[in-house]
Ligand binder design. Sequence first.
Ligand code: AMP
Length: 429
Amino acid sequence: MITLKSFEPGGFDQFGLHESILRGIAALGFESPRPIQTETIPAGLERRDIMGLAQTGTGKTAAFALPLLDRLVRNRGFGPRILILAPTRELATQIAAEIHSLAKYTHLKMVTIYGGVSAFNQVRALRDHPEIVVGCPGRVLDLLQQKKLLLDKVETLVLDEADHMFDMGFLPDIRKIMSALPDHRQNLLFSATMPGEIRSLANKILKNPHVVELADAAPAATIDHALVMVAERRKRDLLEHFLQGKDCESAIVFTRTKHRARRLADQLVKAGHKAVGIQGNLSQSRRDQAMRGFRSRRFNVLVATDIVARGIDVSGVSHVINFDVPNTPEAYTHRIGRTGRAEMEGIACTFVTGQDHKWLRATERMIGSPIHRQEVSGFVADGNISSGPPQRGRQTPRQGTPRSEQAVGQQPISRSHPSNRRRRRRRTG
Ligand code: AMP
């Protein structure tokens, strides 16, 4: 198993990628490969199976796409030759957008397939034998069963965010889709966590995989993250305090339920914010509209729930605010990873009430360090949780986290002291 540590950046030319692809990379402004790309691209070019323990935001899409594009360009032929499955429409769209940019100079064709919209254009695009299909399992299976999508030429299957596909109940669909693929193929599986079901899926489909593990149980070094202890009834006021802050340019606010997301978005609009809510009950076109509005800065506050937030990649999000704590410790790193993207700085703040004690302990154990408690004057904890700095108890960083990263994770973080941020970034490399 390879665990990634800091690396000396070399250029993308080290991989021997086709010139048309190098042009796409340059047009995107990528100067040097990310660690996951350095580790994944050579194995992808050798057509090895790959298991990547990494989440969205690490540069994973280019890591798996570049070697696949290289093969498609050097050896042309009718598709679909690459099938990429992702759990949500947002993630599928985002993957397709990235591949579209990387493949800008290659004349390759791609179609994105997901439910919630008419299948008409998707079916029409499939008649052109696109080399690449990016889709969500439900609609892919529908079109496969209707024989509008043929998968007998697929050379590589990519399962992205496999753990989320499992959470969303897609494993049975994925198994049916896999049974329509040629047995002899390359398989790439990416997942931020490894629940038992994903591990057994990986064991079943991956042959002698090249394993790449990003030590990202801890949040990215570019994210300043803290907790504020607050009583449930004061959360709205506390949110207002953050949104009014001078440095708050755009924020994603996470709530626990769809209902809370909708209500909070309405309240924020009434209070004069340019806010929009995005949650599972919205139609696809309303969700797209909301995302477009947030990307273009027509809205600067996006209120979201976990499910729809997966895969959201908007650069320049200055704040992530966990209005409600996430359901799982893993979701914490995932949510706050919506800021601090592409190595820019971001601030994340989690509102913690007396009910959230268990979650807090589990999360601090997972990331291997206490999360800084921020005091905001006028706001006090509602009882059970101490508002002082946490005790440094026994910490059990996740398996696979390199020693150097563990040491960094254990540094207490001061949000108020810029020198602290600089030090932290240097040490994590
Ligand atoms: P992903 O993990 O694929 O969602 O990528 C996260 C973000 O990083 C996307 O906006 C990518 O365009 C960007 N990105 C990926 N690789 C690089 C790179 N080598 N240099 C700069 N940005 C990158």
